[in-house]
Design a protein around this ligand. Structure first.
Ligand SMILES: N[C@@H](CCC(=O)N[C@@H](CS)C(=O)NCC(=O)O)C(=O)O
Length: 224
């Protein structure tokens, strides 16, 4: 039986959601974040050396990286969520599968890290200085980057119902997390991206997504 190792309040949600979409049989193992550092607990490194989640374990196979885990699940149990390499949408599909983590997540992560420089984790005495630095990085680098990515995705969703094809595919499962994370953390102004907002709401309303929420527990990036 497949073991799904899930980290609370994380990208693991997309893997659990997909497992529910395809009616996979799996055992869910929920890992909580360290309340102070927000990192996964060190024992996750006993499963995979990086200690990042999600992780799928089946027999001797240990897989990390959500895109790879999703593809493994689809290839074995739900190939209709993939696009065949002979199909004209194939490279489009590949593009969005990679784009989510390789291009869209990094500026969102930079913003998250710099927001910590403005918060209580920084000693009060030096916080005005770290806050100034963080605001400067946000203004000159991070916010314009995020804006560019969201304008790009907004334009795509203005023309297309789904990311890679005329029906939902794994690319939509992979793409939802950066979009919902940016909305939940107010990294973007929702009013400026109506197609992104309605796309996210459409996916979050799916029964399988809702089942995943109730199985995975509280999710700070979910529907507001
Ligand atoms: N590119 C990886 C990223 C994995 C990752 O960074 N996971 C985060 C959760 S969103 C994590 O485990 N964070 C806890 C930690 O770094 O200790 C994927 O898509 O699975």
């Amino acid at each position: 039986m497949i073991e799904l190792h899930y980290l609370a309040h994380s990208r693991s949600q997309r893997v659990l959601w997909f497992a529910e979409e395809i009616g996979l049989e799996y055992q869910l193992i929920i890992h909580q974040r360290d309340p102070v550092t927000r990192l996964a607990k060190p024992e996750v490194r006993d499963i995979h050396p990086l200690g990042k989640l999600p992780i799928l374990v089946e027999g001797d196979l240990i897989l990390a990286e959500s895109a790879v885990i999703l593809e493994y699940m689809a290839r074995r149990h739900a190939p209709d969520w993939l696009i065949d390499s002979t199909d004209s949408d194939y490279w489009n599909f590949q593009y969005w599968m990679h784009y989510a983590e390789a291009s869209m997540m990094p500026p969102l992560l930079v913003r998250l890290i710099f927001s910590m420089l403005k918060g209580p984790a920084i000693p009060a005495l030096i916080r005005p200085l770290t806050k100034r630095i963080a605001n400067q990085v946000d203004q000159t680098f991070t916010n314009p980057q995020i804006q560019t990515h969201f304008e790009f995705v907004e334009a795509h969703l203005n023309q297309n119902e789904w990311f890679a094809s005329d029906q939902i595919t794994l690319a939509d499962v992979q793409m939802l997390f950066p979009l919902e994370a940016a909305l939940a953390k107010r990294s973007i102004q929702p009013e400026a991206f109506p197609n992104v907002v309605s796309y996210v709401q459409r996916l979050q309303a799916r029964p399988a997504y809702q089942r995943a929420l109730s199985k995975g527990g509280p999710y700070e990036f979910g529907p507001v």
